[in-house]
Design a protein around this ligand. Structure first.
Ligand SMILES: Nc1nc2c(ncn2[C@@H]2O[C@H](COP(=O)(O)OP(=O)(O)OP(=O)(O)O)[C@@H](O)[C@H]2O)c(=O)[nH]1
Ligand SMILES: [Mg+2]
Length: 308
């Protein structure tokens, strides 16, 4: 099981990790003493992988300093040192995991800008949670377009998961209210809420999201238990600043990074940890229902540095 997971993660990271390794290989393949300049390859690789210039420079400067001071004395020690640093960075955000659940049903909201993969992730997550032995209901709180409900309905039918929806243009908060009532009536454990794509600058739409949150808060203790910001990896670290502001308004407590299969820029995961201070919970590696993987910092770093 763990093996399959790693294989799949590696497949998802294929472009990421080969491109990264090509650049960084030079640095890692050497043996014997290291000169601080030998870290230039690593710096380039981090920047090219969309880790963000500032963070890439900071990480490599810290390593250069360790080389200079003799704490790292040979090239063989470089890879484990990089590994430790990357893991520290990723783990620093993973502490307050949103796993503590109080009231029932457990509510997960998917939020983010247009087209990042919210609806697809809602479906993938429904499948995952059901496989974990939980009963699930999908709530179509994207009432903006009729097509949005249809898209979720197709997934709900395919996965055989109940769907709560209202007419186009309905109040998304009312949909969530209905969904909670339906879940209670049917003894369902989880409500997964798909919301409409929106820019953080659209005040009225952000208010609408707040209203959805408030309904969840009022109806279920501890809800919404998870508010996941869905980010598209192919847009790279450009989205970070925008996401930061989005996250603050919507009360986001975790990130789903989608479309990791279509980018060589997996370093964005590091940039997210640093820039948003939010843990990446899931990664999307394709369009199918099974293409969502729980994010594991150690697996990610080891796949990136080809340590396993
Ligand atoms: N390759 C790949 N495609 C994905 C992934 N996740 C979503 N997609 C595709 O991205 C496109 C947009 O996905 P949606 O789930 O509709 O995105 P959304 O955020 O709900 O979009 P809006 O509701 O319009 O804001 C679809 O074609 C999905 O199949 C992923 O992990 N990998
Ligand atoms: Mg959608």
């Amino acid at each position: 099981m763990a093996r399959t997971m790693l294989e799949k993660l590696k497949k998802g990271l294929f472009m990421t990790h080969t491109e990264f390794l090509e650049k960084v290989g030079e640095t890692f393949r050497r043996s014997g003493p290291v000169a601080p300049e030998q870290l230039d390859g690593l710096e380039d690789a981090l920047i090219a992988a969309d880790t963000g210039v500032e963070l890439s420079l900071r990480l490599t400067d810290e390593l250069r300093e360790e080389v200079r001071s003799g704490r790292i004395s040979s090239a063989e020690e470089l890879r484990p040192a990089v590994r430790t640093r990357l893991l520290d960075l990723l783990r620093s955000t993973a502490e307050d995991a949103g796993e503590v659940t109080t009231g029932s049903p457990r509510i997960t909201m998917l939020v983010g800008v247009n087209g990042t993969g919210k609806t697809t992730t809602a479906a993938k997550l429904a499948k995952r949670r059901r496989e974990a032995g939980r009963s699930v209901l999908l709530a179509a709180a994207d009432t903006f377009r009729a097509a949005a409900v249809e898209q979720l309905r197709v997934w709900a039918d395919r996965l055989d998961v109940p769907l709560v929806h209202q007419a186009e243009g309905a109040d998304p908060a009312a949909v969530v209210f209905d969904a909670i009532a339906a879940a209670r009536a049917r003894g369902i454990d989880e409500v997964i809420v798909d919301t409409a794509g929106r820019l953080h600058t659209r005040t009225n739409l952000m208010k609408e999201l707040e209203k959805v949150r408030k309904v969840a808060e009022r109806e279920v203790e501890g809800a919404p238990h998870e508010v996941l910001l869905v980010l598209d990896a192919t847009t790279g670290s450009n989205g970070i600043e925008q996401a930061k502001r989005f996250g603050a308004t919507a009360g986001v407590n975790g990130v789903v990074l989608t479309k990791l299969d279509g980018t060589a820029k997996g370093g964005v995961i590091l940039a997210i940890a640093e820039g948003l201070g939010l843990p990446v919970r899931w990664v999307g590696v394709g369009e199918a229902a099974d293409d969502l993987l729980p994010f594991d910092a150690e697996e990610f770093v080891d796949a990136l540095l080809e340590l396993s």
